[in-house]
Design a protein around this ligand. Structure first.
Ligand code: DX5
Ligand code: ZN
Length: 227
């Protein structure tokens, strides 16, 4: 991959990626159009398998349907066991970037990352709130996005875990000092109250599900999240 994922972020402030998990799926087309018109930079798609996390959402078929409707890049967040087995399907479905959990595969992380880049898909690595940055130090030079979870994955609408803030700061410091290309995305419990600290810590993409879709004015929330 020659161009960095950063090129998708054209605003000088942070980018906002609404998580469709909190959207009204009976009106998915309208919801996508509304958040895009309200200023969403990306769409964040939460794929859960009922194994890596105790919840099931949707698979590549729905991602493909979303890709048909969407005009913004799709960031697919895989919360599934054995992600390497399924990346091909999610790439074909139209994901611009696929992130998988470090905790979801035992070793072969580098192989999965390589599988993504060699197929022309941007690659992201997601970390649970209690996984330290040092666990993935050896992979940081080859990822396009680092997804730091501020809730334990599995459900939308959970409370933000502030203990993750130092990890976001550290990831941001490392990115600058080592000149890594990854973009920092923060996901879980991000709302108008918690967003300022997340931005301050160095996040570049804020994911928000319930804060956006639970509001009456998507544009106002997205603008405030951006800061
Ligand atoms: C949690 C998901 C998040 C979640 C965000 O497992 O990865 O993307 O849907 O939802 P809120 O913003 O409501 O915490
Ligand atoms: Zn997510």
């Amino acid at each position: 991959m020659s161009l960095s994922f950063q090129r998708w972020i054209d605003s000088p402030s942070v980018a906002v990626a609404p998580s469709l998990l909190a959207a009204d799926f009976s009106r998915l087309g309208e919801e996508i159009k509304s958040v895009e018109e309200a200023g969403a930079d990306f769409l964040h798609l939460d794929v859960m398998d009922g194994n890596f996390v105790p919840n099931i959402t949707f698979g590549p078929m729905i991602v493909a349907a979303i890709a048909k409707l969407a005009r913004r890049p799709l960031i697919t967040h895989l919360m599934i066991s054995d992600p390497g087995k399924y990346i091909e399907n999610f790439i074909r479905a139209g994901s611009s970037l696929i992130s998988f959990h470090f905790e979801a595969c035992r070793s072969h992380h580098a192989e999965v990352l390589e599988g993504l880049s060699s197929r022309g898909c941007y690659s992201g690595l997601a970390l649970n709130p209690d996984t330290p940055l040092r666990a993935v130090e050896h992979l940081l030079d080859r990822i396009d996005l680092l997804l730091l979870m501020t809730v334990f994955p599995g459900f939308g609408g959970q409370e933000f875990i502030p203990d993750v803030l130092p990890k976001i700061q550290e990831a941001s410091r490392l990115r600058k000092s080592k000149n890594y290309r990854y973009v920092i995305e923060v996901d879980g419990g991000v709302n108008l109250d918690t967003a300022p600290a997340v931005r301050e810590a160095g996040a570049q993409i804020l994911v928000a599900g319930s804060a956006v879709f639970g509001s009456k004015d998507y544009a106002a929330v997205i603008a405030s999240l951006r800061g």
